[in-house]
Design a protein around this ligand. Structure first.
Ligand SMILES: *Cc1c(COP(=O)(O)O)cnc(C)c1O
Length: 406
């Protein structure tokens, strides 16, 4: 039993009361890049940030606020239980803008060593150019975060369910630690929308790559930052806001398309979870080294249950340790080209199953030595379990495939 009673599905439904221009059941799409200021004397106040649409004033320019983007932002904030949300052109933009707002020259980050390859490269290779350094620690071990904190640390950074090891971070304990030290906890929740609500567990900033489950159709690249109003406004500040000034603006049409997929996000997440659970249990029963937080043998199985909202399962991501890259590639070939179980492609959260060997793809930014140090097997096959086809056939396909190798 989960102790969380937050219902993201209900929260987002209650927020979805936005009508189109003519009373349409869906909101209208506002594509204007610029907006008419009806009273000429209002312009200076708008530029001073005193008369924005959030303060009873009017819209100015769509890199700042756009009505359609704001509707999506309100839905995302409701889903996450935060005051505010800021959609961006990609998940990486959401990460970069949040970090650039929280850190400056000389500051330090303590980050999980099991993060998305792009995030690792940002922290390890790009941010040092701007005088921001990062210590990487094991995401499952809260005391390692504490030990790595220095007087310059401004941010603790984790993924709820780590990529690709599926290690579950103790968001509650990390939040307590961050609060005690006066620093911010930033959580990338891309793998577990609705399933886990990090802000409800004390995270200060929650990030999504909406490219994945939230959009769910593998046809859009987008991201978002869920946060309190003060942080949200700071991101949009005309003089100092990273979203305003780096400019990774999301398009209103794209915002609208994502909005139309939110009503079935909960249904999708439950089905991804259900199928991943059944497939993981079958593989486990066959003695295949499968990693899935929904299996009682997963090191953070109980922690996941403690953190999760009721009724959404354990997510759609499973991993199989094939030990070597050659063996992983062999299994990938059988699964895609012989059994048609899924597609060899990076990314996740699609209706069809997507599969990749993490060490040589989505985590290839992490050097081979570093991968060895953090225990990332070169043969780790990451599978984003889809919901197409019949589950019975899918089980037969993957069972036949693994039996050719084990
Ligand atoms: C894909 C991904 C990102 C990056 O998101 P983009 O939308 O591709 O910029 C960040 N974090 C995680 C966990 C991801 O899977």
């Amino acid at each position: 039993m989960s102790k969380n009673d937050f219902e993201p599905e209900q929260a987002i439904t209650e927020a979805r009361r936005e009508f189109g221009e003519h009373g349409g059941v869906v909101p209208s799409i506002e594509r204007s890049s610029t907006f008419t200021v009806m009273e000429p004397g209002d312009m200076p106040e708008i530029f001073a940030g005193k008369r924005g649409p959030d303060r009873g004033g009017c819209y100015l320019y769509s890199r700042h606020f756009n009505p359609t983007v704001s509707v999506l932002d309100r839905y995302l904030a409701a889903m996450e239980g935060t005051e505010f949300a800021v959609s961006t052109a990609s998940g990486m933009a959401a990460i970069t803008c949040s970090i650039m707002q929280l850190c400056g020259q000389g500051d330090h980050i303590v980050a999980s060593n099991m993060v998305y390859g792009g995030t690792y490269a940002l922290f390890n290779d790009l941010l040092p150019k701007y005088g921001i350094s990062t210590s990487f620690v094991s995401p499952g071990d809260t005391s390692a975060f504490e030990a790595a904190i220095t007087p310059n640390t401004k941010v603790l950074y984790v993924e709820t369910v780590g990529n690709p090891s599926l290690t579950v971070a103790d968001i509650e304990a990390l939040s307590k630690l961050a609060k005690a030290k006066g620093i911010k906890l930033v959580v990338d929740n891309t793998f577990t929308p609705m399933i886990i609500s990090p802000a409800k567990l004390g995270a200060d900033v929650v990030i999504y790559s909406m490219t994945k489950y939230i959009n769910g159709a593998s046809d859009i690249v987008a991201g978002c930052i869920c946060c309190d109003q003060e942080f949200g406004h700071s991101l949009y500040d005309l003089n100092t806001g990273p979203v305003m000034l780096f400019g990774p603006t999301i398009d209103p049409q794209v915002s609208f398309d994502i909005m139309q997929r939110l009503p079935h996000l909960a249904i999708r997440m439950r089905e991804h979870s259900h199928r991943a659970q059944v497939i993981a249990e079958r593989l486990d029963s066959l003695g295949i080294p499968v990693i899935y937080p929904g299996l009682p043998n997963h090191p953070q199985h109980d922690r996941f249950i403690r953190l999760a909202n009721e009724g959404y399962g354990f997510g759609g991501m499973i991993a199989i340790d094939c030990e070597t890259e050659e063996r992983a590639n062999k299994l990938l070939g059988i699964l895609q080209n012989e059994e048609r179980f899924g597609l060899i492609a990076v990314s996740l959260g699609y209706s069809d199953t997507l599969m990749s060997c993490s060490g040589s793809s989505t985590s290839s930014e992490i050097s081979e030595d570093e991968q060895k140090d953090i225990g990332l097997s070169p043969g780790l096959l990451r599978i984003s379990v889809g919901y197409t086809g019949s589950l019975k056939s899918r089980l037969e396909q993957i069972e036949r495939a693994v039996k050719k190798l084990w």
